[in-house]
Ligand binder design. Structure first.
Ligand SMILES: C[S@@+](CC[C@H](N)C(=O)[O-])C[C@H]1O[C@@H](n2cnc3c(N)ncnc32)[C@H](O)[C@@H]1O
Length: 179
């Protein structure tokens, strides 16, 4: 069975065509950026940590791929991306093996989602892989679930994909599609 992150990639691979504009809102070590860069030449990836840009650049070079790596918060997407967007992915939480106090936060995550809501093309998708076991994670999870739950069903499909029998707090996936 697919894990939530694998399911998010599956849902994105279904719709992304070469040259589509897509966004990795939380670059981290670049696993999602490189996945997207193998599908299209128009990837914008955001992170607020220089370390993330170093790791991602290295990974892309190793794989012979390219992406636009931006050292800024995803709440500023509209400063960098003027085109309509086909897809975006968020991995909420902190960068593994780095400073665990640098986490995604509800206000900036929701600001980015508000921007993407307008920029997304019809049939475009946003994947949110929600890690919430860390301090502050529950608040962000609640804020995101509240936000997606208010999207009108006439215009949006919203799905949740989640392990139900695991101890601890495993990540789960929220998929949003503009109709
Ligand atoms: C769970 S990690 C992402 C993992 C990544 N997708 C990968 O493939 O390795 C979350 C990342 O979000 C970044 N982040 C936190 N706040 C951010 C913001 N406002 N804008 C963009 N990135 C942010 C963190 O620095 C961290 O690298």
């Amino acid at each position: 069975m697919l894990r939530p992150i694998e399911m998010s990639h599956h849902m994105l691979a279904e719709i992304i065509k070469a040259d589509d504009v897509v966004i990795d809102a939380t670059m981290g070590n670049g696993w999602d950026t490189s996945f997207l860069a193998a599908l299209t030449s128009n990837v914008y990836a955001f992170d607020i940590q220089q370390e993330a840009l170093y790791s991602t650049k290295k990974l892309l070079q190793m794989k012979g791929l390219q992406a636009k790596l931006i050292l800024d918060g995803h709440e500023n997407i509209d400063k960098y991306v003027s085109e309509p967007v086909k897809a975006a992915i968020f991995n909420l939480g902190y960068l593994p093996r780095a400073d665990k106090s640098i986490i995604t936060r509800p206000n900036t995550t929701l600001k980015a989602l508000e921007i993407l809501k307008e920029k997304l093309l019809p049939q475009g998708r946003i994947m949110l892989v929600i890690y919430y076991g860390h301090e502050g994670g529950e608040e962000e999870k609640a804020a995101v679930i509240d936000w997606v739950s208010t999207l009108p069903q006439s215009d949006w499909q919203v799905m949740r994909y989640e392990p139900l029998n695991q101890i601890h707090k495993p990540p789960f996936l929220v998929c949003i599609e503009k109709i």
